[in-house]
Write a protein that binds this ligand. Structure first.
Ligand code: F6R
Length: 241
């Protein structure tokens, strides 16, 4: 795993942008695997600025997102599809038809997982952006998720519900279930770019880089990926330096 330690969030986002820009420049038809959460917002801001300033085009790019809360869709401003629109898609020239995310409102959740898995088989990510949970989760693959997992419905853990409640009015509003790509779908990406900032991620980053490869720390599976780059700030890197 390549590890880049940046001094702070802004520098982490700059370095993440460099990796992303290279992929899009080399392949205007790239498939971008994208994540939500606070970590990649700085990366998305830089993609928007670069599009506005340098005209980098996303017209022929397509995207697949990691996950979505079960029960939410674009009509909810807490949904991940809403997040992607407001933080990135509405500000670049991407065709929304080329953007993909699980349908949180699907009536048949198992069928929706199957649909998404089939789609992913036809859309290998040229790059997959990831954040990391304080418990080592990636996407919504919580500790104990099999490395061979594909898109599935998960019951969110108390720790994730608590972490994510900051985005909601109160903790009771956080959905208890979500759709998520599985670890196998993530590992299928040609390149992985995982980002982490803040002291509350230091233990998870240790598990990602230095810990045993174990399903108890889902992110540790990335040690087995042939092209994985971690960009983190000093605080998140505290235990690996
Ligand atoms: C988001 C996702 C999650 C987050 C993780 C970190 O699509 O899949 O795994 O990447 O929970 O969240 P933040 O960035 O908010 O600390």
């Amino acid at each position: 795993m390549k590890v880049i330690i940046a001094k702070d969030y802004e520098e982490m986002s700059d370095k993440a942008f460099d990796v992303m820009a290279e992929v899009v420049k080399n392949n205007p038809k790239a498939v971008l695997g994208l994540a939500t959460g606070s970590t990649p917002v700085g990366l998305y801001k830089r993609m928007i600025q670069d599009h506005e300033k340098n005209g980098t085009s996303y017209k022929n790019v397509s995207t697949v997102n990691l996950d979505e809360y079960a029960g939410l869709d674009y009509s909810s401003d807490q949904s991940y599809v809403y997040f992607m629109r407001t933080n990135l898609f509405d500000h670049i020239d991407i065709d929304l038809k080329n953007t993909n995310i699980e349908n949180g409102k699907a009536a048949d959740r198992a069928a929706e997982c199957e649909r998404y898995n089939k789609l992913l088989e036809t859309m290998k990510q040229d790059i997959q952006v990831l954040g990391i949970g304080s418990n080592g989760h990636i996407a919504f693959n919580e500790p104990g998720t099999p490395f061979g997992s594909v898109t599935h419905i998960v019951d969110l853990t108390e720790s994730t519900i608590k972490d994510n409640s900051r985005m909601f009015r109160n903790v009771d509003e956080v959905p208890r279930q979500a759709f998520t790509m599985g670890l196998k779908n993530i590992m299928n990406a040609k390149k992985i770019l995982i980002l982490a900032n803040g002291a509350n991620k230091a233990r998870a980053v240790y598990g990602l880089v230095r810990g045993d490869v174990t399903e108890a720390v889902p992110a540790s599976v990335l040690q087995l990926h042939p092209d994985c780059t971690l960009v983190c700030d000093e605080a998140a890197a505290a235990l690996i330096k």
